[in-house]
Design a binder for this molecule. Structure first.
Ligand SMILES: Nc1nc2c(ncn2[C@@H]2O[C@H](COP(=O)(O)OP(=O)(O)OP(=O)(O)O)[C@@H](O)[C@H]2O)c(=O)[nH]1
Ligand SMILES: [Mg+2]
Length: 319
Protein backbone atom coordinates (compact mmCIF):
# COMPACT_ATOMS: atom_id res chain seq x y z
CA UNK A 1 0.00 0.00 0.00
CA UNK A 2 1.43 3.40 -0.92
CA UNK A 3 1.80 6.24 1.49
CA UNK A 4 0.40 9.35 -0.11
CA UNK A 5 -3.09 10.37 -1.06
CA UNK A 6 -3.16 12.32 -4.29
CA UNK A 7 -5.76 14.87 -3.28
CA UNK A 8 -4.67 16.21 0.05
CA UNK A 9 -3.39 19.64 -0.87
CA UNK A 10 -5.05 22.86 -1.92
CA UNK A 11 -6.45 26.00 -0.46
CA UNK A 12 -10.07 26.97 -0.09
CA UNK A 13 -13.09 26.02 -2.14
CA UNK A 14 -13.01 28.85 -4.61
CA UNK A 15 -15.88 31.26 -4.54
CA UNK A 16 -18.08 29.33 -2.16
CA UNK A 17 -17.20 30.93 1.10
CA UNK A 18 -19.37 34.03 0.64
CA UNK A 19 -22.48 32.24 -0.58
CA UNK A 20 -25.13 32.35 2.11
CA UNK A 21 -28.08 30.65 0.45
CA UNK A 22 -27.71 27.19 -1.00
CA UNK A 23 -27.47 27.19 -4.76
CA UNK A 24 -30.23 24.84 -5.84
CA UNK A 25 -30.13 24.76 -9.59
CA UNK A 26 -31.56 22.60 -12.30
CA UNK A 27 -29.38 22.84 -15.38
CA UNK A 28 -31.52 21.69 -18.26
CA UNK A 29 -29.89 18.88 -20.14
CA UNK A 30 -30.99 18.14 -23.69
CA UNK A 31 -34.80 18.25 -24.02
CA UNK A 32 -36.21 15.08 -22.55
CA UNK A 33 -39.52 13.49 -23.48
CA UNK A 34 -41.87 13.67 -20.52
CA UNK A 35 -43.04 10.81 -18.32
CA UNK A 36 -45.74 10.76 -15.69
CA UNK A 37 -45.40 10.18 -11.97
CA UNK A 38 -43.03 11.45 -9.33
CA UNK A 39 -39.40 10.97 -10.27
CA UNK A 40 -37.04 8.41 -8.82
CA UNK A 41 -34.74 10.70 -6.84
CA UNK A 42 -31.17 9.55 -6.35
CA UNK A 43 -28.62 11.63 -4.46
CA UNK A 44 -24.89 11.25 -4.90
CA UNK A 45 -22.68 12.09 -1.92
CA UNK A 46 -19.07 11.71 -0.83
CA UNK A 47 -15.88 13.64 -0.23
CA UNK A 48 -14.75 16.18 -2.76
CA UNK A 49 -13.18 14.55 -5.81
CA UNK A 50 -14.76 11.16 -5.15
CA UNK A 51 -16.34 11.36 -8.61
CA UNK A 52 -19.95 12.43 -7.91
CA UNK A 53 -20.37 14.75 -10.89
CA UNK A 54 -18.51 12.34 -13.14
CA UNK A 55 -20.83 9.52 -12.11
CA UNK A 56 -23.89 11.61 -13.01
CA UNK A 57 -22.25 12.42 -16.33
CA UNK A 58 -21.81 8.68 -16.98
CA UNK A 59 -25.49 8.08 -16.17
CA UNK A 60 -27.14 10.98 -17.95
CA UNK A 61 -24.59 12.17 -20.49
CA UNK A 62 -24.92 15.60 -18.90
CA UNK A 63 -21.91 17.03 -17.09
CA UNK A 64 -22.97 18.88 -13.94
CA UNK A 65 -19.38 20.13 -13.52
CA UNK A 66 -16.60 17.62 -13.11
CA UNK A 67 -13.27 19.01 -12.05
CA UNK A 68 -9.62 18.09 -12.03
CA UNK A 69 -8.82 20.70 -9.41
CA UNK A 70 -7.62 19.62 -6.00
CA UNK A 71 -10.31 21.52 -4.14
CA UNK A 72 -14.05 21.04 -4.31
CA UNK A 73 -15.63 22.10 -7.57
CA UNK A 74 -19.38 21.43 -7.33
CA UNK A 75 -20.97 24.31 -5.48
CA UNK A 76 -24.43 23.88 -4.09
CA UNK A 77 -26.90 21.13 -4.80
CA UNK A 78 -27.58 20.50 -8.49
CA UNK A 79 -30.60 18.63 -9.83
CA UNK A 80 -30.22 16.73 -13.09
CA UNK A 81 -33.49 15.38 -14.49
CA UNK A 82 -33.27 12.39 -16.79
CA UNK A 83 -35.89 10.32 -18.56
CA UNK A 84 -34.99 6.69 -19.13
CA UNK A 85 -36.26 6.43 -22.72
CA UNK A 86 -36.78 2.65 -22.57
CA UNK A 87 -38.72 2.37 -19.33
CA UNK A 88 -40.23 5.86 -19.57
CA UNK A 89 -39.04 6.30 -16.03
CA UNK A 90 -38.28 9.77 -14.72
CA UNK A 91 -35.12 10.15 -12.67
CA UNK A 92 -33.83 13.11 -10.75
CA UNK A 93 -30.14 12.84 -9.95
CA UNK A 94 -28.82 15.07 -7.21
CA UNK A 95 -25.21 16.21 -7.35
CA UNK A 96 -24.12 17.41 -3.91
CA UNK A 97 -21.12 19.53 -2.98
CA UNK A 98 -18.33 17.45 -1.48
CA UNK A 99 -16.97 17.87 2.02
CA UNK A 100 -13.42 19.07 1.65
CA UNK A 101 -10.73 18.18 4.22
CA UNK A 102 -8.54 21.04 2.98
CA UNK A 103 -10.83 23.76 4.26
CA UNK A 104 -13.19 24.27 7.13
CA UNK A 105 -16.46 24.94 5.34
CA UNK A 106 -18.07 21.69 6.43
CA UNK A 107 -21.00 23.32 8.19
CA UNK A 108 -21.76 25.39 5.09
CA UNK A 109 -21.70 22.28 2.89
CA UNK A 110 -23.96 20.48 5.36
CA UNK A 111 -26.30 23.51 5.35
CA UNK A 112 -26.58 23.37 1.56
CA UNK A 113 -27.37 19.67 1.52
CA UNK A 114 -29.69 19.84 4.54
CA UNK A 115 -31.70 22.76 3.15
CA UNK A 116 -32.24 20.94 -0.12
CA UNK A 117 -33.30 17.76 1.69
CA UNK A 118 -35.62 19.70 3.99
CA UNK A 119 -37.36 21.59 1.18
CA UNK A 120 -37.89 18.46 -0.90
CA UNK A 121 -39.22 16.50 2.07
CA UNK A 122 -41.61 19.35 2.89
CA UNK A 123 -42.79 19.15 -0.71
CA UNK A 124 -43.45 15.43 -0.32
CA UNK A 125 -40.44 14.20 -2.28
CA UNK A 126 -38.44 11.34 -0.75
CA UNK A 127 -35.19 9.85 -1.95
CA UNK A 128 -35.25 6.46 -3.63
CA UNK A 129 -31.53 5.94 -3.36
CA UNK A 130 -28.31 7.50 -2.16
CA UNK A 131 -24.92 6.65 -3.52
CA UNK A 132 -21.86 7.27 -1.34
CA UNK A 133 -18.75 7.49 -3.50
CA UNK A 134 -15.16 6.77 -2.50
CA UNK A 135 -12.01 6.57 -4.66
CA UNK A 136 -10.55 3.08 -4.55
CA UNK A 137 -7.21 4.58 -5.59
CA UNK A 138 -6.94 6.42 -2.25
CA UNK A 139 -4.35 4.45 -0.38
CA UNK A 140 -5.17 5.96 3.01
CA UNK A 141 -8.34 6.56 4.92
CA UNK A 142 -7.55 9.91 6.57
CA UNK A 143 -9.38 10.84 9.71
CA UNK A 144 -11.34 13.40 7.68
CA UNK A 145 -12.67 10.61 5.43
CA UNK A 146 -13.75 8.58 8.44
CA UNK A 147 -15.44 11.61 9.94
CA UNK A 148 -17.15 12.36 6.65
CA UNK A 149 -18.45 8.82 6.59
CA UNK A 150 -19.78 9.21 10.15
CA UNK A 151 -21.50 12.40 9.07
CA UNK A 152 -23.03 10.63 6.09
CA UNK A 153 -24.40 7.98 8.46
CA UNK A 154 -25.84 10.74 10.66
CA UNK A 155 -27.52 12.38 7.66
CA UNK A 156 -29.14 9.10 6.58
CA UNK A 157 -29.90 7.42 9.90
CA UNK A 158 -29.70 3.64 10.11
CA UNK A 159 -33.29 3.15 8.92
CA UNK A 160 -32.32 4.53 5.53
CA UNK A 161 -29.10 2.51 5.14
CA UNK A 162 -31.01 0.03 2.97
CA UNK A 163 -31.38 2.60 0.17
CA UNK A 164 -27.64 3.40 0.25
CA UNK A 165 -25.22 2.16 -2.41
CA UNK A 166 -21.54 2.29 -1.46
CA UNK A 167 -19.61 2.93 -4.64
CA UNK A 168 -15.87 2.71 -5.09
CA UNK A 169 -14.79 4.74 -8.14
CA UNK A 170 -11.71 4.79 -10.38
CA UNK A 171 -11.61 1.03 -10.93
CA UNK A 172 -10.54 1.73 -14.53
CA UNK A 173 -7.35 3.14 -13.03
CA UNK A 174 -6.83 0.36 -10.53
CA UNK A 175 -3.92 -1.01 -12.51
CA UNK A 176 -2.44 2.35 -13.41
CA UNK A 177 -1.51 3.70 -9.99
CA UNK A 178 -1.68 0.59 -7.82
CA UNK A 179 -2.00 -3.09 -8.42
CA UNK A 180 -5.44 -4.57 -8.75
CA UNK A 181 -4.58 -6.73 -5.77
CA UNK A 182 -4.06 -3.66 -3.58
CA UNK A 183 -7.38 -2.20 -4.67
CA UNK A 184 -9.08 -5.51 -3.89
CA UNK A 185 -7.48 -5.43 -0.44
CA UNK A 186 -8.72 -1.89 0.16
CA UNK A 187 -12.19 -2.82 -0.95
CA UNK A 188 -12.19 -5.75 1.50
CA UNK A 189 -11.02 -3.46 4.29
CA UNK A 190 -13.78 -0.96 3.52
CA UNK A 191 -16.34 -3.72 3.67
CA UNK A 192 -14.91 -5.28 6.86
CA UNK A 193 -14.39 -2.12 8.84
CA UNK A 194 -15.28 1.37 7.64
CA UNK A 195 -18.48 0.38 5.78
CA UNK A 196 -19.35 -2.59 7.97
CA UNK A 197 -22.19 -0.94 9.87
CA UNK A 198 -23.85 0.32 6.70
CA UNK A 199 -23.54 -3.08 5.04
CA UNK A 200 -24.95 -4.87 8.09
CA UNK A 201 -28.02 -2.65 7.83
CA UNK A 202 -28.63 -3.23 4.14
CA UNK A 203 -26.25 -1.05 2.09
CA UNK A 204 -24.64 -2.72 -0.92
CA UNK A 205 -21.15 -2.21 -2.32
CA UNK A 206 -20.46 -1.54 -6.01
CA UNK A 207 -17.55 -0.87 -8.31
CA UNK A 208 -17.54 1.96 -10.84
CA UNK A 209 -15.07 1.76 -13.72
CA UNK A 210 -16.02 5.03 -15.40
CA UNK A 211 -18.42 3.46 -17.88
CA UNK A 212 -22.05 4.24 -18.45
CA UNK A 213 -22.85 0.53 -18.23
CA UNK A 214 -21.39 0.23 -14.71
CA UNK A 215 -23.18 3.39 -13.62
CA UNK A 216 -26.55 2.10 -14.82
CA UNK A 217 -25.97 -1.33 -13.29
CA UNK A 218 -25.43 0.42 -9.96
CA UNK A 219 -28.56 2.57 -10.35
CA UNK A 220 -30.65 -0.44 -11.33
CA UNK A 221 -29.46 -2.45 -8.35
CA UNK A 222 -31.11 0.06 -6.01
CA UNK A 223 -34.51 -0.96 -4.68
CA UNK A 224 -36.01 2.48 -5.51
CA UNK A 225 -37.87 2.25 -2.22
CA UNK A 226 -38.70 5.77 -1.02
CA UNK A 227 -37.35 6.53 2.45
CA UNK A 228 -37.03 9.67 4.53
CA UNK A 229 -33.59 10.38 5.93
CA UNK A 230 -32.92 10.98 9.61
CA UNK A 231 -31.97 14.61 8.99
CA UNK A 232 -35.25 15.18 7.11
CA UNK A 233 -37.34 13.67 9.90
CA UNK A 234 -35.47 15.68 12.51
CA UNK A 235 -35.71 19.00 10.64
CA UNK A 236 -39.28 18.67 9.34
CA UNK A 237 -41.22 16.17 11.51
CA UNK A 238 -39.48 17.19 14.74
CA UNK A 239 -38.96 20.82 13.72
CA UNK A 240 -35.30 20.87 14.78
CA UNK A 241 -32.84 23.52 13.62
CA UNK A 242 -29.91 22.04 11.72
CA UNK A 243 -27.57 22.65 14.69
CA UNK A 244 -29.71 20.35 16.85
CA UNK A 245 -29.83 17.44 14.41
CA UNK A 246 -27.46 14.50 14.83
CA UNK A 247 -25.51 15.53 11.73
CA UNK A 248 -25.45 19.21 12.72
CA UNK A 249 -24.16 18.40 16.20
CA UNK A 250 -21.36 16.30 14.73
CA UNK A 251 -20.12 19.10 12.47
CA UNK A 252 -20.34 21.61 15.32
CA UNK A 253 -18.31 19.26 17.50
CA UNK A 254 -15.56 19.24 14.83
CA UNK A 255 -15.54 23.04 14.94
CA UNK A 256 -15.18 22.97 18.74
CA UNK A 257 -12.27 20.53 18.46
CA UNK A 258 -10.62 22.91 16.02
CA UNK A 259 -11.23 25.96 18.23
CA UNK A 260 -9.88 24.12 21.30
CA UNK A 261 -6.77 23.02 19.39
CA UNK A 262 -6.18 26.60 18.27
CA UNK A 263 -6.63 27.94 21.81
CA UNK A 264 -4.20 25.35 23.20
CA UNK A 265 -1.64 26.20 20.52
CA UNK A 266 -1.96 29.94 21.22
CA UNK A 267 -1.47 29.32 24.93
CA UNK A 268 1.65 27.24 24.27
CA UNK A 269 2.95 29.93 21.90
CA UNK A 270 2.36 32.67 24.49
CA UNK A 271 4.06 30.67 27.22
CA UNK A 272 7.08 29.88 25.04
CA UNK A 273 7.45 33.54 24.06
CA UNK A 274 7.15 34.71 27.65
CA UNK A 275 9.81 32.27 28.82
CA UNK A 276 12.14 33.26 26.01
CA UNK A 277 11.66 36.94 26.81
CA UNK A 278 12.38 36.40 30.49
CA UNK A 279 15.55 34.39 29.80
CA UNK A 280 16.79 37.08 27.41
CA UNK A 281 16.03 39.79 29.95
CA UNK A 282 18.07 37.98 32.57
CA UNK A 283 20.92 37.54 30.08
CA UNK A 284 20.85 41.28 29.38
CA UNK A 285 20.88 42.01 33.09
CA UNK A 286 23.78 39.62 33.63
CA UNK A 287 25.83 41.08 30.87
CA UNK A 288 25.31 44.52 29.39
CA UNK A 289 27.02 43.38 26.21
CA UNK A 290 24.68 40.44 25.84
CA UNK A 291 24.53 38.85 22.41
CA UNK A 292 20.74 38.86 22.50
CA UNK A 293 19.27 41.31 20.03
CA UNK A 294 15.64 42.43 19.87
CA UNK A 295 15.19 40.46 16.67
CA UNK A 296 16.11 37.22 18.39
CA UNK A 297 12.90 37.50 20.38
CA UNK A 298 10.97 37.62 17.14
CA UNK A 299 12.74 34.60 15.71
CA UNK A 300 11.64 32.64 18.72
CA UNK A 301 8.25 32.36 17.04
CA UNK A 302 9.75 30.25 14.26
CA UNK A 303 10.87 27.70 16.80
CA UNK A 304 7.26 27.29 17.81
CA UNK A 305 6.25 25.78 14.50
CA UNK A 306 6.79 22.18 15.60
CA UNK A 307 4.17 22.91 18.25
CA UNK A 308 1.54 23.76 15.64
CA UNK A 309 -1.82 22.17 16.36
CA UNK A 310 -2.66 18.85 14.92
CA UNK A 311 -5.59 19.80 12.70
CA UNK A 312 -8.28 17.48 11.48
CA UNK A 313 -6.98 16.24 8.10
CA UNK A 314 -3.85 14.71 9.62
CA UNK A 315 -2.79 11.30 10.82
CA UNK A 316 -4.11 9.05 8.08
CA UNK A 317 -5.24 5.64 9.14
CA UNK A 318 -4.10 2.78 6.94
CA UNK A 319 -6.71 1.45 4.54
N1 LIG B 1 -10.61 7.57 -14.57
C1 LIG B 1 -11.57 7.96 -13.75
N2 LIG B 1 -11.70 9.25 -13.45
C2 LIG B 1 -12.69 9.61 -12.61
C3 LIG B 1 -13.58 8.66 -12.02
N3 LIG B 1 -14.43 9.33 -11.23
C4 LIG B 1 -14.08 10.63 -11.30
N4 LIG B 1 -13.05 10.81 -12.12
C5 LIG B 1 -12.35 12.07 -12.42
O1 LIG B 1 -11.96 12.62 -11.17
C6 LIG B 1 -12.07 14.04 -11.19
C7 LIG B 1 -12.99 14.51 -10.06
O2 LIG B 1 -14.29 13.99 -10.30
P1 LIG B 1 -15.61 14.85 -9.99
O3 LIG B 1 -16.76 14.08 -10.54
O4 LIG B 1 -15.48 16.27 -10.40
O5 LIG B 1 -15.58 14.77 -8.41
P2 LIG B 1 -16.72 15.31 -7.39
O6 LIG B 1 -16.94 14.24 -6.39
O7 LIG B 1 -17.89 15.80 -8.14
O8 LIG B 1 -15.94 16.49 -6.69
P3 LIG B 1 -16.59 17.81 -5.98
O9 LIG B 1 -17.57 18.42 -6.93
O10 LIG B 1 -15.40 18.67 -5.76
O11 LIG B 1 -17.20 17.38 -4.70
C8 LIG B 1 -12.60 14.40 -12.58
O12 LIG B 1 -11.50 14.71 -13.40
C9 LIG B 1 -13.25 13.12 -13.06
O13 LIG B 1 -13.25 13.00 -14.46
C10 LIG B 1 -13.41 7.28 -12.37
O14 LIG B 1 -14.12 6.36 -11.91
N5 LIG B 1 -12.39 6.98 -13.24
MG1 LIG C 1 -18.76 17.63 -8.33
Amino acid sequence: MGRLSRRTTGSTRSGVSRIRRPAITSPTPKAQPSAKGTPVVIAIMGLTGAGKSNFIKAVTGHDPGTSDSLTSSSQGVIEIPYLDPFRKLNFLFIDTPGFDPTNNDDFKVLQQIARWLREKYRGGLKLSGILYLHRITDNRMPRSSVENLNLFEDICGSEAFSIVGLVTTHWDEANRFDSLEECNKREAELSNSFWKLLIERGSKMHRFDNTSLAAWNIINSLSFEKKPLQIQKQMVDEDMPLEATTAGRRVLSWIWVLVSALKAWLNRARAALASRRSSETSMLNDNASSMASPTSVGTGLEQLSPMAPDFLPTRPQPL
